[in-house]
Design a protein around this ligand. Structure first.
Ligand code: ADP
Ligand code: ASP
Ligand code: MG
Length: 818
């Protein structure tokens, strides 16, 4: 025979009760002569919480009647919806009697202004009593159904709120009851029991699951089914981790550990009776009955996953007890924890430093102050003798636990856990590893919990896609193109790299917009324009930090100095940066260094491949050379795609002004073309290369031979500048003619040699390796200790929105890759 337990959400509405009955007809094998199933029911969803609130309200002298009326109405409506009219009256009458009793009870609490744990349990019992009564009546239309108040058969001690079961007596009573009702389906109240004096007790929040297991064990059931509102036990709480997925199997120990650390889907004690009698527990979804769910049993098939799941308890406090009086005193922790047990303070987790100088333990917030008080009372003498410090309390914390029996055999689990937390800037306050090695628990701040859960989930379940959350600044050519490329490549990234990029924020100089679930790239422009948030860079950054998302990346697609002032703060907030903006890296050397130090210290990436040669692999190549112990002797390069374009087009009849205009129209220039022509942009690139090659240069150390006449250099605006190009036509024509007369071409060449950087305008003949260069191509040759005879050359298009955006894209995908 089977036990079927339906949780609060499965009995929350007429519709779900109808679904429940359908499941029961199918699963329950209600056949004459066969062993009938037992159905265990929770209170309707939210009812237990409501009963607590009403009782607490009454104890404070507040009116509870409107809530009570609501409660009554909820039950009555279901009876009216699901029961034949002629059968309604008896059911309504019995429910009404329950509500009258409940009202009297609450009235008593109101009069006395006192709510004892005993009375509280009595109040709570009405939730299950009403739901089970109501459903038994409805079910009786289809099967021989009988209502059972479990308090008549589950006998416990008098620890109200969390009573301990007298197993022997209970099992005997349950068997007797089942015998007496042979052929009938029992509809049993979950959660409630009674002590020797017949006073109502409860089995702890979520305790209906436990009721099911108690019945299962007593009746040697073949299976205990827990019907709830999710697809079984999942790798994490699906409300917190969207990518959580269902587990097919778990051992009793794994299920116990996961549920102990917060996986509410099953109440931890449930596993004990089932474990002792080797009865499998199956967690199923009432709203998707076809889904096979999770089976909890003794032995599971081997799995190659290091962990089974991650669970968490939010909102805990930790107490730290510290002092020399504890060292080597074996009785100390015994005294401490028996004191807490005596005071009924539930200790969720304990860690002790190896020096035995301190013990840290976690409790619920409600117990925090009381725990401190009783400890300070108990250890008053030690405190006076200064052998113990005052108890230290830290609040607003959470526990995150990774669980799985495979952990024992898999090295590196804790490394992976701490790496993913560290990388996301989650500070770990305390650590505990069960000696069984079935779980590792860490205490983090409540504020970081969602981020931590998602980051750890991404790290362990690598077969799933990893989500990068990007905040993008700048919607000019590069920003726009990046979005287009990302949009077109989503499926590929998902299938081949297991990466999902969510654009969580976009800002240009006018508007900004945020969406944690990812802004759709099909219509990001409309979304941004329609946003009612005016752009403000510091608000954008503050919001990005506040959202506290895992694997977070800030993308700077601007050429503005403003975002640079935030880089350090961003990196320190453990957010990676991908940037095509050269201003940051070409500012002071001190600043250049700060960015790298901050990124390293906080374990995040700072990628800027597109600072030099757009999407060409120049920075990466140089870094690989340096990291593998090579040394740069010389760099020669043409790194201004703009100037390459100009010199490749400024020939024959062409005039300089028109050639520059054309370059700008094609998007090959910086927004202000003077940045390119003055050599400023090229200088920045040379400076970044020199620094990456290990030289602590400043901008003023790069000598630049200008290719512009003084008048053009003096121009005060872009328009003005274009005017000077017309006026100085002869100057440019002269340079062009001289080169052409000698069969040479003009090349603007950057050089780094012996730590000195320069940029010069040269006329090179066909024997020079840079002679053959077309379009806006860049070329760079690295002469190093290893590439001495023939330099390592990288060549290709070094400007344009497509290739630059592609470089930013590649950097983004590389974030967190190692
Ligand atoms: P019921 O009313 O059926 O007893 P509960 O609310 O007690 O249901 O438990 C089910 C809920 O547990 C789910 O809705 C889910 O939000 C939560 N939960 C937490 N952790 C997990 C997990 N690891 N797997 C599945 N559900 C989980
Ligand atoms: N109704 C009780 C609670 O909400 C027991 C249960 O649903 O399992 O805690
Ligand atoms: Mg539950």
């Amino acid at each position: 025979m089977k036990i079927l337990k339906f949780g609060g959400t499965s009995v929350g509405s007429a519709q779900s009760i109808q679904t429940l009955l359908n499941i029961l007809k199918k699963e329950g094998e209600v056949k004459a002569g066969a062993d009938q199933p037992v159905v265990v029911l929770s209170a309707m969803s939210g009812v237990t919480n409501l009963l607590i609130a009403m009782a607490e309200d009454a104890a404070k002298g507040n009116d509870f009647t409107p809530q009570l009326a609501d409660l009554e109405k909820r039950h009555f409506e279901i009876v009216k919806a699901l029961l034949e009219i002629r059968d309604q009256n008896p059911a309504l009458t019995r429910l009404k009697i329950n509500f009258n009793h409940l009202e009297e009870l609450l009235q008593g609490i109101l009069t006395l202004r006192e709510l004892t744990p005993k009375t509280r349990d009595l109040v709570l019992s009405y939730g299950e009593r009403c739901s089970a009564l109501m459903i038994s009546k409805i079910a009786a239309q289809y099967m021989p159904a009988v209502f059972v108040d479990a308090s008549e058969v589950i006998k416990t001690d008098s620890s109200f709120g969390q009573a301990k079961v007298n197993t022997e007596l209970t099992e005997q009573l349950i068997r007797g009851l089942y015998q007496e009702n042979k052929g009938k389906v029992l509809f049993v109240t979950g959660f409630i029991a009674s002590n020797d004096e017949g006073q109502i007790t409860t089995l702890g929040r979520g305790g209906s699951d436990y009721t099911a297991a108690i019945f299962g064990a007593a009746l040697n059931a073949s299976e205990i089914q827990i019907w709830t509102d999710v697809n079984g036990m999942m790798t994490a709480d699906p409300r917190m981790v969207k990518k959580a997925f269902s587990l097919t199997e778990l051992t009793y120990t794994e299920a116990m550990e996961l549920s102990y650390f917060g996986a509410k889907v099953i109440y931890p004690p449930t596993m004990i009776p089932a474990f002792l009698k080797k009865i499998p527990i199956v967690i199923k979804n009432t709203f998707e009955p076809g889904f096979e769910g999770t089976i909890i049993q003794h032995v599971c098939k081997p799995s190659n996953l290091a962990i089974k799941g991650i669970s968490s308890i939010n909102n805990i406090s930790i107490l730290n007890v510290e002092g020399s009086g504890m060292v080597g005193k074996s009785g100390f922790s015994g005294r401490l924890f028996s004191l807490l047990a005596r005071e009924q303070i539930n200790v969720i987790l304990i860690t002790q430093s190896s020096s035995e100088h301190s013990i840290t333990f976690a409790v619920s917030p409600g117990d925090t102050e009381r725990a401190r008080r009783v400890i300070e009372q108990e250890f008053e003498l030690e405190l006076l003798a200064k052998k113990l410090e005052h108890v230290d309390i830290e609040k607003d914390l959470a526990i995150l636990a990774v669980v799985g029996e495979n952990m024992k055999e898999t090295p590196g689990v804790s490394g992976k856990l701490f790496h993913s937390l560290g990388r996301n800037g989650v500070n770990v306050r305390a650590i505990a590893q069960g000696s069984s090695e079935y779980n590792i628990s860490v205490i983090v701040s409540s504020h970081d919990l969602a981020k931590a859960l998602n980051a750890v989930h991404d790290a362990f379940f690598v077969q799933l896609t990893k989500t990068l959350y990007a905040f993008c600044l700048g919607t000019g050519n590069i920003g726009k193109t990046l979005f287009k490329q990302l949009n077109g490549h989503t499926q590929f990234l998902h299938d081949n790299n297991g990466i999902q990029v969510k654009i969580a924020g976009i800002s240009n100089t006018r508007k900004m917009v945020f969406n944690e679930d990812g802004i759709s790239l099909d219509n990001w422009e409309e979304t941004l324009n329609q946003s009612n948030e005016q752009a403000d860079l510091s608000t954008f950054i503050a919001k990005m930090k506040d959202l506290n998302l895992p694997n977070c990346v800030f993308i700077d697609n601007t050429a503005s100095p403003k975002p640079i002032t935030f880089y350090e703060e961003i990196l320190k907030s453990t957010i990676s940066i991908v940037t095509c903006n050269k201003i940051g890296n070409s500012g002071s050397y001190q600043q250049y260094k700060t960015f790298r130090d901050s990124a390293r210290q906080h374990g995040v990436d700072f990628f800027y491949e597109t600072n030099v040669g757009a999407g060409l692999p120049i920075i990466r190549t140089l870094k690989d050379l340096m990291n593998s112990g090579d040394r740069v002797q010389k760099i020669e390069a043409i790194l201004s795609g703009t100037i390459s374009f100009l010199f490749n087009n400024f020939k024959g009849d062409a005039n300089f002004h028109d050639t520059v205009k054309l370059a700008q129209e094609k998007g090959y220039t910086e927004p202000d073309p003077r940045d390119d022509l003055r050599g400023t942009d090229f200088m920045r690139k040379m400076l970044i290369l020199a620094r990456d090659a290990g030289y602590a240069l400043e901008a003023s150390d790069v000598s630049i031979q200008s290719m512009l006449p003084q008048a053009s250099l003096d121009a005060t605006s872009v328009d003005d500048f274009y005017q000077t190009l017309i006026a100085e036509d002869a100057y440019f024509a002269d340079i062009k003619n001289r080169a052409e007369a000698d069969g040479k071409v003009l090349r603007y060449i950057g050089k780094l040699e012996d730590g000195k950087a320069s940029i010069t305008l040269e006329m090179v003949d066909e024997n020079h390796p840079f002679y053959m260069l077309s379009g806006s191509d860049n070329i760079i040759s690295f002469t190093t200790d290893r590439y001495k005879e023939r330099p390592l050359v990288v060549k290709g298009p070094g400007a344009g929105a497509e290739v630059t955006a592609a470089g930013v894209f590649a950097d983004l995908i590389n974030v967190g890759a190692n």
